[in-house]
Design a protein around this ligand. Structure first.
Ligand code: GZL
Length: 334
């Protein structure tokens, strides 16, 4: 009888631990590579709180991050999909703290509202690496390192594609599809773009609204733009490719030619967008690199060994115009 009772207690304990790892709110998984080869035998655990799965870019980033245990079997990854809700990401971080992970990595859906939970991580001596989008916190010491793109530079590059095409003196009516409100991707891209077109007195952003980085919302908002100003709009500036893909569908259904009647520029560099540009339906792509897994692993190793080389690591990315699309398409990995 005693053995049976012990077995039942052990089973209940295992069940409660795995449920607790559920991080509440989002969806969570735990992956590790083959058997650890480190001398201590204990794997290093990275807890990654992801924004969601809203775009092709995000899917590619998630796939790259999930590669980490394969790149180095000494590392295990606990992954949480925040479903684009900050409260889910905060719950995930608290769960990672409770599970005593070695590193917390966060791709923050928005830039504000992280001070309290990141202080809890610091109080529990767990280093935090911010990935892709950034956070605004009062105490910079809450952040051990940042890895990601210069979003303002991406906005500037998008504006320069338009200026190179039309010149600074052209008269343009621009429709803008903004990314998720309050995300550094949206804030930075808008800031960079707006600052760059200040030199172009007749560039007017006549419509601007968020499409939340998704295809569906991008199409819906573009339909509304066309309904009110379809005959005035001659440029579409989209903060990411997925919203531009949706907008292109709306433009065609409206009876106009995307890439010809309306000049289109977007950010990310997903394969679908390169295909559309190769088909002449878009005019410029500013690349934003989602393949951040190897760099996150490298920075995690530096942090854990106490020799972080650079607190701010920018990802490398380019700019592509329609004439380059066909040649570049086969190189696209996501
Ligand atoms: C940018 C990233 C953005 C992408 C979108 O670094 O955070 O979020 O541009 C994604 O596709 O939704």
């Amino acid at each position: 009888m005693k053995l049976k009772k012990l077995a039942a207690l052990a089973a209940a304990a295992v069940l409660s631990v795995s449920m607790f790892a559920g991080c509440g709110g989002g969806q969570s998984t735990s992956t590790s590579g083959s058997q650890s080869s480190s001398t201590s035998g204990k794997k290093k655990v990275i807890g990654f709180a992801q924004v969601g799965a809203e775009s092709g870019w995000r899917t590619a980033e998630t796939a790259s991050i999930k590669e980490i245990p394969k790149l180095d079997p000494n590392f295990e990854l606990k992954f949480s999909d925040g479903q684009q809700k900050q409260e889910n990401q905060i719950k995930a971080i608290r769960s990672f703290i409770a599970q005593k992970v070695d590193i917390i990595a966060l791709d923050p859906v928005v830039e504000n509202g992280w001070d309290t939970v990141l202080k809890e991580a610091k109080d529990n001596k767990i280093p935090v690496i911010i990935v892709d989008r950034n956070v605004k916190v009062a105490d910079e010491s809450l952040i051990t390192a940042f890895l990601g793109s210069d979003m303002e530079e991406e906005g500037k590059r998008a504006a320069k594609i338009i200026i190179d095409k039309f010149g600074k003196d052209a008269k343009l009516n621009i429709a803008e599809l903004q990314g998720t409100v309050g995300s550094t991707a949206m804030v930075g891209r808008k800031k960079g773009f707006d600052e760059t077109i200040k030199d172009c007195p007749n560039y007017k952003i006549i419509k601007s609204q968020t499409g939340d980085f998704t295809r569906a919302k991008g199409k819906e908002v573009m339909e509304a733009f066309l309904k009110s100003d379809g005959d005035k709009i001659n440029v579409l500036w989209s903060h990411n490719d997925d919203m531009a893909v949706g907008a292109i569908q709306a433009i065609e259904e409206y009876g106009k030619k995307p890439g010809k009647d309306i000049f289109i520029v977007s950010v990310d560099g997903i394969k679908d967008m390169f295909q559309l540009m190769a088909d002449g339906k878009s005019n410029g792509i500013v690349e934003c690199n989602p393949l951040l897994g190897p760099q996150l692993l490298d920075i995690s190793k530096q942090v854990l060994s106490g020799n972080l080389k650079d607190k701010n690591v920018k990802s490398k990315e380019g700019v592509f115009t329609q004439d380059q699309a066909k040649a570049e398409l086969p190189n696209r990995k996501y």
